[in-house]
Design a protein around this ligand. Structure first.
Ligand SMILES: *Cc1c(COP(=O)(O)O)cnc(C)c1O
Length: 825
């Protein structure tokens, strides 16, 4: 129900008052940025009421709480989505219009909180949205990086990384600092042992440590039209300057300065790695920092209203988003042993019943392992506990597998070969392990985690990822959202399965024309954005063929751009052949230290430069690289896409979620049978997608046998050979024959311990080209295309994160929702 404050006249007055209070100025004089802040504060007032009601309801109903532990939350902007969740968007838009203010321009003043890299962080954000909308009590637990994902600029075709100072206003309008909930986090030193004189029990404590104060900042997560407001709690570090050092260290000036520095660097910046382990000491510090602060808080909260810590698992579950928060296991163990004085077996039972783990990748470079030396120096007491967990687990393996214990220990031990293996700790320490798409979970069970699956089959399950339709349709694509509502009613906003009722319109000519018209308008909107931000003119009547995602070799942006080069050669050779104009759109950030990925960005831009300036091809192909791909422009990009490029090497993309956002916006998938593409095709039918390439089984089989021979494709296929030669003959590098030689070499020759063409680009090239021809052929028949697009939307219901979260809640977390009354009625 609409809160009275959003009634147009009241709202206008509130905004004016807020502008006066905050900036001592008038609406007429205020900048868009000031108006944006004022609107946020008006909305925040309402949100805070609901936030308090939610806390009250939690007190009364005492639900189980899930703590979603994640190093990353890639939320995107809040204002628009908060207004939608409060069902006030339309009213506010009109009120602003009456004040001659465009709501898009106001929303555009908000910086994206880019506290994540890509899919993993975005998943965490979608999950929080769904948890609040479904009424589950949840805390997101993370880090308040001062600098999130860098801002990407393209200069001369190269990626330049600029710092993302998202807190430049000093604070974020919706956040709330909670110094009263600060926690102390200890690093380093050694473990002291005291013996209790009466019980004889050994009591362990960390001594000689450095510490920082963790300060929580709370961001409200607003449920859709249900009065629920959950909390994303991100931790910042401050120096402990009251010299609460050990008495031993009191007055140690150097130590005080070190602590100050530690606090300053700890939350400074997000590591910009996606699917790659950084292995830096500071990263491990960040992990322990937010895990310890979050677990301390959760235990304290539980004990406020409950007296038996052994029953913690009835009221709390800690979900680990990948292995980054795995220290949850030993940290909870430490608190139970050292602070709550449980004995080992009791503590272990509590931990094992309250921790769950999601695996996000099988790629070896992403597997987290920490050298014992570093781990034990930084976290001496935690290391002791991990050693004991490992000792007991290896004992169990010895007993369970007397015949082949050595082999089992080699693959399953937590500490092995000088390293602490975080995935193994997460699996041993929890009750649940899940993959993120059916294919991915099957690969885990059959291969990567086979030994664990054989030991504990009951721990494993699949939870196919999802996305929130409230951001990626309702907010990102208002035209299509209205069209959908006109056809199936508005319930899809909280029940995406309702989209299936669209299927009957797939053959309806009027519906097809309406859909194509909406798609066209979204393409016009994106074309305008591209012109303003990238200075490239694109034709909205062309096919928008889009690949946006992090830049990674396994995602194969290189395959895409090599195919563009091939097409361009074809068009030059045969200008007479009909060709439906195509705009190839890329958007991707490369990790700052990932040279080859950055070279692929350079190649895309250089190919764009050549092709876009060749008037002889009459604009048949255009190539654009959209700078600074992030959640806010992603919403517009998905809305405008005709073709969704999901072309990862089969078996490498655990799920993907971009694929789902495209589908929901009526784009057709051009992809391999990888990750959730498999399930997308299962839902919509292979005839409404373009599937090509090696299967996961084929790729894995090649890998077992030491790879394949790309040279055979090079030698036998002139098209492939021509394209590859253009990497080293200066065609796309104003004569520089060295610029792209590494890319060329990587496709044909073993490189620094890697096989040639690790990602099977040449093996899949021809199949990809043929699939692309099918795309062109289908688009010639507008009705056929529109039909497939509508069917894609109609079958996207499964991919709502609401469905995913219901599965987690019922099958892993065992939670029930709460209800929060509307204070207004
Ligand atoms: C959805 C999303 C991703 C993940 O995309 P994939 O195609 O699944 O890799 C990455 N970044 C942003 C900004 C997103 O919205």
């Amino acid at each position: 129900m609409l809160k009275p404050i959003f009634k147009k006249e009241t709202f206008k007055k509130e905004v004016k008052d807020e502008i006066r209070r905050l900036f001592r100025t008038t609406l007429e004089e205020a900048t868009n940025h000031q108006i944006y802040q004022a609107v946020c504060y008006v909305a925040k007032d309402v949100i805070i009421d609901n936030w308090m009601s939610t806390q009250q309801a939690m007190k009364e109903q005492d639900p189980k709480i899930v703590y979603y532990m994640s190093m990353e939350f890639l939320t995107g902007r809040y204002l628009g989505n908060n207004l939608l969740a409060l069902t006030a968007y339309g009213e506010v838009k009109q009120a602003l219009e009456e004040m001659n203010i465009d709501i898009d321009a106001i929303e555009d003043e908000e910086r994206d909180p880019a506290l994540g890299n890509g899919g993993l962080g975005r998943l965490a954000a979608c999950f929080l949205d769904s948890l609040a909308t479904l009424g589950y009590s949840a805390y997101g637990c993370g880090i308040r990086y001062h600098y999130g994902m860098f801002r990407q600029q393209i200069k001369d075709g190269y990626q330049i990384e600029q710092p993302d100072n998202w807190l430049e206003d000093g604070a974020y309008p919706f956040e709330l600092k909670r110094p009263e909930y600060a926690k102390e986090i200890k690093f380093g030193g050694y473990v002291a042992v005291d013996v209790d004189k009466t019980t004889g029990r050994e009591q362990f404590r960390q001594a000689g440590y450095q510490s920082v104060r963790a300060i929580p900042y709370d961001l409200p997560i607003v449920g859709y039209n249900n009065n629920v407001v959950n909390t994303l709690r991100i931790w910042d570090a401050e120096a402990i300057n009251d010299f609460s050092l050990d008495s031993f260290d009191k007055g140690d000036y150097h130590k005080a300065v070190e602590q100050e520095n530690l606090a300053h660097t700890l939350t400074e910046v997000l590591y910009p790695n996606d699917n790659h382990m950084a292995g830096k000491e500071l990263r491990l510090r960040q992990q322990y920092f937010f895990v310890s602060a979050s677990i301390q808080t959760a235990v304290q909260k539980y004990l406020r209203d409950h007296d038996d810590i052994r029953k913690l698992p009835e009221k709390a579950v800690f979900h680990m988003n990948d292995t980054h928060p795995t220290l949850t296991v030993p940290e909870l163990m430490r608190i139970l042993l050292d602070e709550q004085h449980l004995d080992w077996d009791e503590a272990w039972e509590v931990v094992q019943k309250s921790c769950a783990y999601t695996n996000h990748t099988i790629m070896s470079e992403a597997l987290e392992k920490w050298p014992i030396e570093l781990f034990s120096r930084l976290l001496p007491r935690i290391y002791q506990i991990v050693e004991e967990i490992n000792r007991r687990f290896c004992d169990k393996l010895q007993k369970t597998y007397p015949q082949n214990a050595d082999q089992k220990i080699r693959s399953m031990a937590i500490i092995y070969d000088g390293m602490v293996r975080m995935a193994n700790l997460a699996i041993v320490g929890g009750f649940s392990v899940n993959g993120v798409a059916k294919l991915h979970t099957e690969i885990l069970k059959k291969r990567e985690l086979k030994d664990f699956y054989e030991l504990w089959p009951e721990k494993f399950c699949n939870k196919t990822n999802g996305i929130t339709q409230r951001r990626f349709l309702l907010h990102g694509n208002p035209l299509l959202a209205d069209w959908v509502t006109n056809h199936v009613g508005s319930e899809w906003v909280t029940d995406l399965s309702r989209l299936s009722k669209l299927a009957v319109y797939a053959d309806d000519e009027k519906a097809q024309a309406e859909f194509m018209n909406i798609k066209y308008k979204n393409k016009v909107r994106l074309a305008k954005y591209i012109l303003e931000n990238n200075g490239v003119e694109v034709d909205p009547r062309s096919i928008f063929d889009v690949q946006v995602k992090r830049l990674h070799e396994y995602k194969r942006q290189l395959l895409n751009i090599l195919h563009v080069m091939y097409l361009y050669n074809k068009i030059k050779e045969h200008p007479e052949l009909p060709f439906y104009p195509r705009t190839f759109i890329f958007g991707a950030k490369a990790s700052a230290g990932y040279e080859r990925a950055k070279k692929i960005i350079k190649l895309i831009n250089n190919v764009a430069e050549v092709i876009n300036n060749d008037t002889s091809i009459k604009g048949k192909i255009k190539v654009v690289f959209i700078e600074d791909y992030r959640v806010s422009n992603a919403e517009w990009i998905y809305a405008a896409a005709d073709v969704s490029e999901q072309i990862s090497t089969a078996s490498k993309e655990a799920s993907g979620t971009g694929n789902m956002k495209f589908m929901l916006n009526g784009a057709l998938t051009l992809g391999t049978l990888d990750g959730a593409n498999v399930e997308i095709v299962e839902e919509v039918g292979e005839e409404n997608a373009f599937i090509f390439g090696l299967s996961a089984d084929e790729v894995i089989e090649y890998e077992k046998n030491g790879g394949y021979d790309p040279m055979q494709y090079f030698n036998s296929d002139a098209d492939i050979r021509n394209v590859l030669m253009q990497l080293i003959n200066g065609r796309y590098s104003v004569g520089d024959m060295e610029l792209f030689r590494d890319l060329y070499n990587s496709l044909l020759y073993p490189q620094g311990g890697n096989r040639a063409d690790v990602y099977f680009i040449l093996a899949d090239f021809k199949a990809y080209a043929v699939a692309q021809e099918r795309v062109s052929a289908r688009y010639l028949h507008e009705e056929a295309w529109a039909k497939s697009a509508i069917l894609n939307i109609a079958h996207a219901g499964k991919f709502s994160s609401d469905r995913t979260i219901e599965e987690y809640a019922k099958e892993i977390w065992k939670m029930d929702p709460i209800t929060v009354r509307d204070e207004n009625v």
